[in-house]
Design a protein around this ligand. Structure first.
Ligand SMILES: [Zn+2]
Length: 259
């Protein structure tokens, strides 16, 4: 049995914040500020964390999206290498989104998302507008993190853009998890992060590794919505081999993001 100290742990899926409206912890006071945020992750054995700043926005103006990306850059300046920022795009604003991708890429950002369409007034993962945005993402060699939705538009994106790495978030309940695994078998550019709903179902991570290999899963929590320590221990208790744990906890994230 291994423990957290045996590994470098990168949390691929978090949501840091500078403003209260971007703090998605459901219970007031649990994570009041970024000091507690860092303390909690450090206590869980996590040394670096990735993700986008999220907020419920109307989708009426691109300025709402731009502000979240500015927050991410500001956090990056404050936290240094510990934080791996993710950029937001919006299919309602194609030109602005592409400009934002180039601007953030120039600032060293290599991750798009987590994209959370339900909070940002857009719906599907593939349409004419997104096709243009994906072309920019592919040209820049960026990785896309996206919230799992109960629809199949992602298949069109995976098929049309084999050169983009897409990392879906949240294994989900068994039926959803098995669909993720089937999709991973069909598309080599489809990965899964272990955050949010799912890995409290014991045996799921080991089963996934047996089905598609250890190179396709990234450790993630969805902190501060979820308890980071619980996720570290859930993975440690799955009776995986050391090289599986190394790949999941940090190796895969480092490879995909070029860290
Ligand atoms: Zn999330």
């Amino acid at each position: 049995m291994y423990c957290a100290e045996d590994f470098e742990i990168i949390d691929f899926h978090t949501h840091p914040f500078l403003r209260d409206t971007c703090n998605w912890c459901m219970y007031p006071g649990a994570v009041p500020d970024m000091e507690r945020f860092q303390e909690d992750l450090t206590a869980a054995g996590i040394s670096r964390f990735a993700g986008s700043v999220i907020e419920r926005v109307s989708g009426a103006e691109f300025a709402e999206i731009h502000r979240l990306n500015q927050d991410a850059l500001c956090l990056k300046k404050r936290l240094g290498d510990k934080y791996i920022p993710g950029v937001h795009i919006h299919p309602g604003f194609v030109e602005e989104s592409c400009g934002e991708l180039f601007r953030m890429h120039d600032a060293g950002v290599r991750l798009v998302g987590e994209l959370v369409p339900y909070a940002m007034d857009w719906k599907h993962y593939y349409d004419e507008e997104l096709r243009v945005i994906y072309q920019c993402i592919e040209a820049l060699g960026m990785v896309v993190s996206l919230h799992t939705q109960e629809e199949d538009s992602i298949d069109r994106a995976l098929h049309a853009f084999p050169g983009i790495t897409f990392v879906a978030a949240h294994p989900g309940e068994k039926e959803v998890f098995l669909r993720h695994l089937e999709r991973m078998k069909r598309y080599p550019n489809y990965y899964l992060d272990l955050s949010g709903t799912g890995i409290f179902r014991y045996g799921s991570v080991a089963y996934g590794v047996k089905e598609v290999g250890n190179s396709r899963f990234l450790f993630g929590t969805d902190y501060p919505i979820c308890n980071a320590g619980m996720y570290v221990n859930a993975v440690l208790h799955e009776h995986l081999e050391k090289d599986d744990l190394e790949a999941i906890f940090s190796g895969n994230a480092k490879r995909l993001l070029g860290l």
